[in-house]
Design a binder for this molecule. Structure first.
Ligand code: LIP
Length: 264
């Protein structure tokens, strides 16, 4: 079942990504701001989420939906967790690091309580489709038809390449930086790409060793976290700052090293 769900997630993410890319080429219009002035919604975010919801309503009418831009649709069985454009600031600024992220989960639709069954993260700018199904592994399909199984990175004597992010609330940036500073003594270097789903996909692909960011929303990490675990990595949520849990994802050694440093 998970493999069929993955195939559907891949198909919808592809169609959604193509629409987002077309709109990007036509010019981005900001529709609104959310938590802060930096936290933008483009008209494309809304249109792309509507496309995803319409397809799910047609093909999986009994399932629930939690999406970034519209109200949740509750359901008893499966729930789809949707970010129509993750990395909206990159998208609006013409930077290529943005993606459509779609996961489907069973159990309670709450982080930490659900079981992710399948997920897809599609990056139109590079034509890369990352996908996973529970128990069936994670893979990367590229535009030329190449498909590779994803595997997290092996430890390197150079140290860990670690990605992070800081969200849109400036008042939290200093505390987040102080936490990330604890990784610098052993990290090879830091990266801040600007799209959590692709940070997680990059961990799954072994392009970076670990990723950690506080206060992500469910749609930012639902698909990407499954990519990491299905690629042999580990994901956990630390509650070092109470209500704003910090995700840590990485190969098992990199994950453990980051968790230990953050807990010191
Ligand atoms: C964003 C991310 C980004 C993170 C922001 C935000 P959006 O998602 O993926 O990396 O730092 O907090 O969640 O708003 O572009 O979908």
């Amino acid at each position: 079942m998970s493999v069929d769900l993955r195939d559907l997630a891949v198909d919808i993410a592809h169609e959604a990504g193509e629409l987002a890319a077309r709109r990007r080429a036509e010019g981005v219009r900001i529709a609104a701001t959310k938590s802060t002035l930096a936290d933008i919604v483009t008209e494309a975010d809304r249109e792309v989420e509507r496309l995803i919801r319409d397809r799910l309503a047609r093909e999986r009418p009994a399932d629930g939906i939690i999406g970034e831009e519209y109200d949740p649709v509750p359901a008893e069985g499966l729930t789809w967790i949707v970010d129509p454009i993750d990395g909206t600031v990159n998208y609006a600024q013409g930077l290529p690091f943005w993606a459509v992220s779609i996961a489907v989960v069973s159990g309670p639709a709450r982080v930490g309580e659900w079981t992710a069954q399948a997920g897809a993260v599609f990056a139109p700018a590079t034509n890369e489709m990352f996908s996973a199904a529970l128990g069936a592994g994670a893979r990367l399909d590229v535009g030329d038809g190449t498909s590779v199984a994803l595997q997290v990175a092996e430890p390197s004597a150079a140290g860990e390449l670690v990605a992070t992010g800081f969200g849109y609330d400036r008042s939290t940036h200093a505390a987040d930086l102080a936490e990330i500073a604890r990784l610098l003594p052993f990290a090879r270097d830091l990266r801040r790409f600007g799209a959590a789903s692709l940070d997680l996909a990059s961990v799954a692909a072994g392009r970076i060793d670990a990723y950690s960011e506080r206060d992500l929303k469910a749609w930012d990490h639902a698909a990407g976290a499954l990519l990491v675990t299905e690629a042999g990595g580990a994901v956990s949520f630390l509650d070092t700052m109470g209500a704003r849990p910090r995700i840590v994802a990485g190969s098992r050694p990199a994950h453990d090293r980051v968790v230990a440093a953050l807990r010191e």
